[in-house]
Design a protein around this ligand. Structure first.
Ligand code: FAD
Length: 308
C-alpha cells in the first residue's frame, strides 16, 4: 500500500480531524465534487439529473458505526422516507446501506429486523435494497444478513471486495441463491493476513472474479454488477461478457457520483447499463477520506478548491 494511501486511511479514523474538517466551510465545499450535498433533497436532485442521462441511481446516506439503538431506528426511518421519495418522483433508483449504520455492532437481531423491514419497503416501492461491504471483520455477519433478506427478496444485492482472499469462495457459496453481487476492489486498510497488499494483485483478483461471476450469469445463477472506475478493466469485462453471450442488460456497471463522469456517459452511449452511486449526508468525513485514499492526487484537487 502506498504511503499516501496509508496516511489518508489512518487519517480517516481520527476523531479530531473529523471534527475539524466537518466544521470547516471550505473543506465542506471541496467535498461537493463527490457528493451533491448533505440532505436527502440534495441527493434526490442530483439523482434526477443522473436519471435524465439514462443512468440508474443508487443512493446511500453517509454514516457508519452508530452508538445507540435509537440512532438505528432513525436511520431506518430516513431510508423508509427515501424509498417513498424515490417512488413519488419516479426515479430509477435503489438504495445501498451499511449494516453498521443500522446497528450491526449493537444488536445483530435488531439490525436484521431493520434490514428486513427496509428490504420489504424497497420491494413495496418498486426499488431494491443493497448491502455495502465494510471492513473484513464484518464480512461473515453481512453475508448472513444478505442470506436473510435474499430469502424473501429476489432483487436484493450485496457488495463483495476483490482484495479479500476469501471472496472467490464467498461468491461460489452464494451462487445457489442466484445473488446480485456488486464486485468492488475494496476501500479499507486491511491486514495482509486477509487481503492482497499490492494493488496489481487486487486488480488481477477482480478480473478473475468478474469471469467467475459472468460464467455464473451465463448459467443464469448470478446478476453481476461491476463497481469500479477502472475503464480498461471494464472494457475487458464487457468483451468477456460478449464472448459468453451475457447481454448488457443482465449485468451492470456502477460508478460513484462525480468520478469518471465522462466515461460513465460514454459507456452508457456504447450500450452498457450504467448506474451512479450518490452519497449524501452529514457524516461524510470517513467516507470522503477513503475517496481521497483511492486517488491521493485528489488531495491536490482539495487544496486547489480551498485556496483557489
Ligand atoms: C458503485 C460502487 C460501490 C462501492 N461500494 C463499496 C463497498 O461496499 N465496500 C467497499 O469496500 N468499497 C466500495 N467501493 C469502493 C471500491 O472498493 C474502491 O475503493 C473504489 O471504487 C476505487 O477503486 P476502483 O475500482 O475505481 O479502481 P482503481 O484502480 O483504484 O481506479 C481506477 C481508475 O479510477 C480512478 N479513480 C478511482 N477512485 C477515484 C477517486 N476517488 N477519485 C478520482 N478518480 C478515481 C483512478 O484514478 C484510476 O484511474 C465502491 C465503489 C463503487 C464504484
Amino acid at each position: 500500500m502506498g504511503i499516501g494511501r496509508s496516511l489518508l486511511l489512518a487519517a480517516a479514523k481520527s476523531d479530531t480531524l473529523n471534527r475539524i474538517a466537518t466544521r470547516s466551510a471550505v473543506v465542506r465545499r471541496a467535498t461537493r465534487a463527490f457528493m451533491p450535498g448533505e440532505t436527502m433533497e440534495d441527493g434526490l436532485r442530483a439523482g434526477a439529473a443522473v436519471a435524465e442521462s439514462g443512468r440508474g441511481i443508487l443512493f446511500t446516506r453517509l454514516g457508519e458505526a452508530i452508538t445507540t439503538s435509537a440512532e438505528a431506528v432513525a436511520v431506518r426511518a430516513h431510508y423508509e422516507q427515501l424509498f417513498d421519495a424515490i417512488k413519488a418522483r419516479g426515479l430509477p433508483a435503489q438504495v445501498s446501506i451499511k449494516p453498521t449504520q443500522l446497528g450491526l455492532d449493537l444488536s445483530e437481531d435488531e439490525c436484521a429486523a431493520h434490514c428486513r423491514a427496509l428490504a420489504d419497503k424497497a420491494e413495496a416501492t418498486g426499488s431494491a435494497l443493497w448491502l455495502d461491504m465494510e471492513d473484513a471483520t464484518y464480512v461473515d455477519r453481512t453475508l448472513e444478513l444478505y442470506r436473510l433478506i435474499r430469502a424473501r427478496h429476489a432483487r436484493a444485492g450485496l457488495a463483495l471486495q476483490a482484495y479479500l482472499y476469501r471472496t472467490p469462495k464467498d461468491v461460489e457459496a452464494l451462487l445457489p441463491l442466484n445473488p446480485a453481487i456488486r464486485l468492488v476492489k475494496g476501500a479499507y486498510a486491511e491486514p495482509v493476513s486477509v487481503a492482497f497488499p499490492a494493488k496489481r494483485d487486487t486488480d488481477a483478483a477482480y478480473e478473475a472474479l468478474s469471469a467467475q461471476m459472468l460464467d455464473a450469469a451465463a448459467r443464469r445463477s448470478c446478476t453481476p454488477i461491476f463497481g469500479t472506475h477502472d475503464v480498461p478493466l471494464l472494457q475487458r469485462i464487457i468483451a468477456k461478457a460478449r464472448t459468453l453471450g451475457v447481454a448488457p442488460g443482465t449485468y451492470e456497471i456502477h460508478m460513484l457520483y462525480g468520478i469518471r463522469e465522462r466515461e460513465q456517459l460514454q459507456l452508457r452511449a456504447e450500450g452498457a447499463t450504467v448506474a451512479t452511486l450518490i452519497s449524501y449526508g452529514e457524516a461524510w468525513y470517513r467516507w470522503y477520506m477513503r475517496r481521497l485514499a483511492e486517488r491521493p492526487a485528489n488531495v491536490g484537487f482539495v487544496v486547489r478548491s480551498i485556496f483557489g
